[in-house]
Write a protein that binds this ligand. Structure first.
Ligand code: G3H
Ligand code: 13P
Ligand code: ZN
Length: 321
C-alpha cells in the first residue's frame, strides 16, 4: 500500500472521534516497533520525523526505511515533518513526498509566525501537502495572569481561543498545535500542575463558532512518562530524577474527546527503548550482540505503542474504515 495522505487520516479520525498517534521515528527498531504494533492493532498511524532525526539517521535512510515499512504492511501510514523550523526544511520534505509538515513559528511574534506559516502553506497546498502550525509556546504548566480577571491573556505563552481563530484564518494551516500547559520531555509537571483542558475546550469551541468546523487540533508533549519504565531504567543503572512526570493518560483521553486529532509521542518511546536495552545489558554483562538487546528493546516499544493506540487514542481497529 502506498503512503496514505495525512488529510485523509485526519478526515476519518474526526468522523470516527478517535485520535491519531504521531510517533517519532529515529531508527530501524523504533520504526519496526511502531508499524508492527499498529499493524497488529489495525490502527492508522502518522510517522513523524524531526530535523534531529534527519541529522541522526540521514533523510535518505529514513525515506527508504519508511518505504520498506509501507510496502511490508497494509495499514494506512502518513509521513510528517515534526517541528520544521524553516521554510527551506519544510520545502525539502514536501518535495520529498511527506504528506504533511509542521512549521513551528511558535517562538516568533504572532505576525511573524503568520507570515512564515502562510509561506509554507502556499507552497505545500500547491504540492499536495498539508500543514500544521503552532500558536503559543510549549513551556509547560504556568499560571495565566488573565485568569485572575476571568479570562485569558492575549499574546501569552498559552494559546488564546480568539487568537487561534485569527491564526487559522490568516495562515490557512490545516491543523493547529496548541499550548495548554504541555511540554516536551520527561519532566513536564511539578506538584499538582496539569494540562489546561478547559482552555482546550474553549479553543475548539471558538474555532467551531467562527465557522471553521470540527477543526483538528494537535497535542504535542503527550508522553505519559510511565512510572514502570522509569523504575526499570533506574533499576538497571539509570539515574532518571525522582521528579519525572508526564501527562496522565486520562487527560489524553479527555483531550481526544475534546478534539485533539493528532497526539505526539516521542519521550515514551525513548524510555521504552532505553529500559529494554538497559535491562538486557545489566542482566547479561557479557552480551555484545546488538540483536540481543535491540530485539527485546524493540518489543518493549511495540507493547507501549499497542497500549497507546488501543487504550488511550482509540484508533485501534480503524485502519480499514
Ligand atoms: O518535539 C520534539 C520531539 O521529541 C523530537 O525531538 O528534536 O530531539 O528529535 P528531537
Ligand atoms: P513528548 O516529549 O511528550 O513525547 O512529545 C513529543 C512531541 O511533541 C513531538 O513533537
Ligand atoms: Zn512536539
Amino acid at each position: 500500500m502506498p503512503l496514505t495522505h495525512t488529510r485523509d487520516l485526519f478526515a476519518k479520525a474526526l468522523k470516527g472521534k478517535y485520535a491519531l498517534g504521531a510517533f517519532n521515528v529515529n531508527n530501524l527498531e523504533l520504526l519496526q516497533a511502531i508499524v508492527e504494533a499498529c499493524e497488529e492493532e489495525k490502527a492508522p498511524v502518522i510517522l513523524q520525523i524531526s530535523r534531529g532525526a534527519r541529522q541522526y539517521a540521514n533523510p535518505v535512510y529514513l525515506k527508504k526505511l519508511i518505504e520498506a515499512a509501507v510496502s511490508l504492511s497494509n495499514i494506512p501510514i502518513a509521513v510528517h515533518l515534526d517541528h520544521g523550523d524553516t521554510f527551506e526544511l519544510c520545502k525539502e520534505c514536501i518535495d520529498d513526498g511527506f504528506t504533511s509538515v509542521m512549521i513551528d513559528g511558535s517562538h516568533e511574534p504572532f505576525d511573524k509566525n503568520v507570515e512564515l506559516c502562510r509561506k509554507v502553506v502556499d507552497y505545500a497546498h500547491k504540492h499536495n501537502c498539508v500543514v500544521e502550525g503552532e500558536l503559543g509556546q510549549l513551556v509547560g504548566a504556568q499560571h495565566d495572569e488573565g485568569e485572575n480577571t476571568g479570562g485569558y491573556s492575549k499574546g501569552g505563552v498559552y494559546t488564546h481561543p480568539e487568537e487561534a481563530v485569527q491564526f487559522v484564518r490568516k495562515t490557512g494551516v490545516d491543523s493547529l498545535a496548541v499550548a495548554i500547559g504541555n511540554s516536551h520531555g520527561a519532566y513536564k509537571f511539578k506538584g499538582e500542575q496539569h494540562l489546561d483542558l478547559e482552555r482546550l475546550k474553549n479553543i475548539k469551541k471558538a474555532l467551531m463558532d467562527a465557522g471553521l468546523g470540527d477543526y483538528p487540533l494537535v497535542l504535542h508533549g503527550a508522553s505519559s512518562v510511565p512510572k514502570d519504565l522509569v523504575e526499570l531504567i533506574n533499576q538497571h543503572g539509570g539515574k532518571l530524577g525522582t521528579d519525572t512526570a508526564g501527562v496522565p493518560e486520562a487527560d489524553i483521553e479527555v483531550a481526544r474527546r475534546v478534539g485533539c486529532t493528532k497526539v505526539n509521542i516521542d519521550t515514551d518511546l525513548r524510555l521504552a527503548l532505553t529500559a529494554g536495552i538497559r535491562k538486557v545489558l545489566d542482566e547479561n554483562p557479557r552480551e555484545f550482540d546488538p540483536r540481543k538487546y535491540l530485539g527485546p528493546a524493540r518489543a518493549t516499544v511495540k507493547e507501549l505503542v499497542r497500549h497507546k493506540v488501543r487504550d488511550v487514542l482509540c484508533c485501534a481497529g480503524h485502519a480499514f474504515d
